[in-house]
Design a protein around this ligand. Structure first.
Ligand code: GTR
Length: 369
C-alpha cells in the first residue's frame, strides 16, 4: 500500500478498484469492505493525510433561535466545541421547518465562509433542514499550520481538505444527537474546494447517506489522469494550494501514471450510500469531462454492490458556481433517494460521448450473479 513512488507500477488507465496491489481480484461484494479499507488507506496516505478519531467531548450551546415569517422556519445558531481542551469550535446555523411531523432530512454544507446557500427557502419548503458552517473555522484556507486544528493534533499529517472533512464529521456528530433530524437522511454538499472536502467527508463517514460535491474538480470528482481541455492539473493545484493535500501528492507530478488510484477510488468509497456529482459544462477548470470518467468508473463499484441507482452525475450549462439550479438538482436527487421516488433517469449525465473510456476493466460478476 504505502510503497515508495519509484516502485509503484505505471498504470496509464484508471486503476482497477477491484484489484488489490497483490493477490487476486476481488470476486464478491463480501470482499468489498476489506478492499474499501485498502482504498481509503491509499487515498489518505498519498493524497489527503490522516484524520484524528472523533473526539468524545462534543458539546453544543444554543446561542439564538429565530422564527421566520408565518412561522414556517426556525433558524438556530449553535456553538459546537470539542477536541483537546475543548479548543475546536464550530458555529453552526441550522435552519429547519418549524412544523415537521417527523425528524427531517438535513443538508449540510461547510461553505458558509462564502456566504449563505442561495436556496435556503427551497430547502426548507421541501421539508429539509439546512445546516451551514464555516469550514475555515476548523482549518484556515491558507498555508501554515499554526492555527485551526493543526496545533491541537500535532501527530497528524492532514491537509486542509482532510481537516475540513473532519469538521463536517463533527457537525454530523451533533446532528445525530438532535431528535428533529433524521440520522439516516444526512446529506453533505459543498462547492469547488468545499466540494472536494464534502466528497472526502462523505467518502469516509458511513453516517452520511448522500454525498453531493459540486464542481469539485481536481482533487475532488475530477480525474488526475483524464484531463479535459483547460482543466486544472496535479502540478498546478499542488503548486498553488499545496496545503490542501498531503505533501506526498506532489511527488506524482509528471508521473500521474504511478498514482495507485484515481479519483474514482474516492467516489467508490461512498458506495453503497448515495452519491451525486454536479458539474457545469462551462467550468472547464473543474474538468467536467474527467468527472464523467470517474463517474462511469465508480458506477462499476456501485453496480457491483447492488447500488447502481444510488450514483448520479449531472451537468448544467454555465460556469463555476453553486447556484440555485445546483441546489434544486441536489434536492431532486435527495427526494428520490430518501423518499424512494424514481428520478434516476435524469442523473446519468454523460455529455462527453464519443470519448474513449479511461478504463478497460469492468466489475467482477459474482458467482451466481
Ligand atoms: C481554484 C482551484 C480549484 C477550485 C477553486 C475553488 O482556484 O484551482 O481547485 O477549488 O479554486 O475552490 O473555487
Amino acid at each position: 500500500m504505502t510503497i515508495p513512488i519509484d516502485v509503484l507500477p505505471s498504470v496509464e488507465e484508471f486503476p482497477d478498484p477491484f484489484a488489490p496491489a497483490s493477490g487476486d481480484r476481488i470476486a464478491t461484494p463480501a470482499d468489498w469492505p476489506e478492499r474499501r479499507r485498502q482504498i481509503r488507506d491509499l487515498l489518505l496516505f498519498y493524497e489527503y493525510g490522516h484524520l484524528p478519531p472523533p473526539p468524545a467531548n462534543l458539546r453544543s450551546e444554543l446561542l439564538s433561535s429565530l422564527s421566520f415569517p408565518e412561522g414556517r422556519a426556525v433558524e438556530e445558531r449553535v456553538l459546537l466545541s470539542c477536541g483537546p481542551e475543548d479548543r475546536v469550535s464550530i458555529s453552526l446555523s441550522l435552519l429547519r421547518p418549524a412544523q415537521a411531523s417527523r425528524p427531517c432530512p438535513v443538508v449540510l454544507t461547510g461553505d458558509l465562509c462564502w456566504g449563505p446557500a442561495p436556496a435556503a427557502g427551497e430547502v426548507v419548503r421541501r421539508g429539509y433542514a439546512l445546516a451551514q458552517f464555516d469550514r475555515t473555522e476548523v482549518a484556515p484556507d491558507a498555508p501554515g499550520r499554526d492555527t485551526g486544528v493543526y496545533p491541537l493534533y500535532p501527530g497528524y499529517d492532514w491537509g486542509a481538505l482532510a481537516a475540513w472533512a473532519w469538521g463536517y464529521h463533527r457537525v454530523v456528530d451533533y446532528l445525530t444527537t438532535r431528535l428533529d433530524v433524521d440520522p439516516n437522511r444526512i446529506a453533505v454538499t459543498g462547492h469547488s474546494r468545499g466540494g472536494k472536502a464534502a466528497l472526502l467527508a462523505g467518502a469516509l463517514d458511513d453516517r452520511i447517506a448522500l454525498t453531493t460535491p459540486n464542481d469539485s474538480g481536481c482533487g475532488g470528482a475530477g480525474s488526475f489522469r483524464h484531463q479535459g481541455p483547460g482543466s486544472e492539473s496535479l502540478d498546478t493545484i499542488t503548486t498553488v494550494f499545496p496545503y490542501w493535500f498531503h505533501p506526498r501528492l506532489r511527488d506524482f507530478v509528471g508521473r500521474e501514471d504511478r498514482l495507485p488510484f484515481d479519483q474514482h477510488f474516492l467516489l467508490a468509497l461512498v458506495a453503497p450510500r448515495a452519491l451525486l456529482t454536479t458539474n457545469a459544462l462551462g467550468d472547464l477548470w473543474a474538468n467536467p469531462e474527467g468527472s464523467q470518467q470517474t463517474y462511469l468508473a465508480a458506477k462499476q463499484v456501485f453496480a457491483f454492490l447492488g447500488a447502481g441507482t444510488r450514483i448520479g452525475n449531472h451537468y448544467r450549462e454555465g460556469g463555476h458556481e453553486h447556484n440555485a439550479d445546483d441546489w434544486n438538482t441536489l434536492l431532486d436527487f435527495a427526494d428520490g433517494q430518501f423518499q424512494g421516488r424514481s428520478v434516476m433517469g435524469h442523473f446519468d449525465g454523460r455529455p462527453f460521448s464519443g470519448r474513449a473510456t479511461a478504463f478497460s476493466w469492468t466489475a467482477p460478476i459474482p458467482p451466481n450473479g
